[in-house]
Ligand binder design. Structure first.
Ligand SMILES: Nc1ncnc2c1ncn2[C@@H]1O[C@H](COP(=O)(O)OP(=O)(O)OP(=O)(O)O)[C@@H](O)[C@H]1O
Ligand SMILES: [Mg+2]
Length: 224
């Protein structure tokens, strides 16, 4: 039994072209947040996908909420996936479904919730992010910032304990990006741990740590 909320221990990940992540280690306590930066191709998305339990690892282990959830040959997907939300670089909203349907879908798939109740939870989440008026529109009828918020709402419907964000402001103008940072600050203040991958500077007092890929290694520092 481990006490850490999230502990990445000597993680290694290899694709056919070779090792992408080597010996990555860091930990976070509940409510702490982390910014990840590093040059394109250094493995940031791969690291997030490993933590989201979407990708098997080749070495080391991941401990989440006191349990080993990932080690070579073994992923604890069903039990832990619901507690981890992720917003992807490409958003992956279904274009043939309305915003409400996209956001409610993870709850419908759980089958333990009545559809009407799932829709209510989804509507509440859209309202929290200020896009409740877009519920019945399709993703391609939304602006980039509104789509970003729809994807964020979908990741939040499970009330995850850990939220992983992959460059979610990369395609937004500075003002909209600033608003999204404000939304994420509120999520962190409400007690959710956030790991945010970004190339941009995101001025905020909210980050506990920064993890940088420099000279071939990952270095974790206090943010301030
Ligand atoms: N499914 C895969 N199969 C094979 N190689 C992959 C796969 N996914 C990622 N890679 C390789 O792993 C490396 C790291 O990719 P990753 O997407 O994690 O980088 P990144 O740091 O997120 O880059 P960017 O800042 O451009 O988003 C790249 O060389 C990429 O080609
Ligand atoms: Mg990436």
């Amino acid at each position: 039994m481990h006490s850490s909320f999230l502990s990445i221990e000597n993680l290694g990940k290899r694709f056919s072209r070779g090792n992408i992540l080597e010996d990555v280690s860091f930990s976070l306590e509940k409510g702490e947040s982390l910014l990840i930066q590093g040059k394109s191709g250094c493995g940031k998305t791969t690291l997030l996908r490993c933590i989201a339990l979407l990708e098997a690892i080749d070495r080391g282990q991941i401990v989440f909420n006191g349990n080993v959830v990932s080690k070579p040959g073994c992923l604890d997907r069903p039990n832990s996936r619901l507690e981890i939300g992720m917003v992807f670089q490409q958003l992956y909203l279904w274009s043939h479904m309305t915003v409400l349907e996209n956001v409610a879908l993870p709850l419908w798939l759980r089958r333990d919730r009545h559809k009407n109740l799932a829709d209510e939870v989804a509507k509440y989440q859209l309202a929290q992010l200020g896009i409740e008026d877009k519920a019945n529109e399709y993703p391609n009828q939304l602006s980039g910032g509104q789509r970003q918020r729809a994807a964020l709402a979908r990741a939040l419907v499970h009330s995850p304990k850990l939220l992983l964000l992959d460059e979610i402001t990369a395609n937004l103008d500075p003002e909209t990006a600033y608003n999204v940072v404000g939304i994420v600050e509120k999520i962190i203040e409400a007690g959710t741990s956030v790991i945010w991958v970004t190339h941009s500077d995101l001025p905020s007092t909210i980050w506990s740590y920064i993890l940088r890929f420099e000279n071939g290694t990952w270095i974790k520092d206090k943010y301030h």
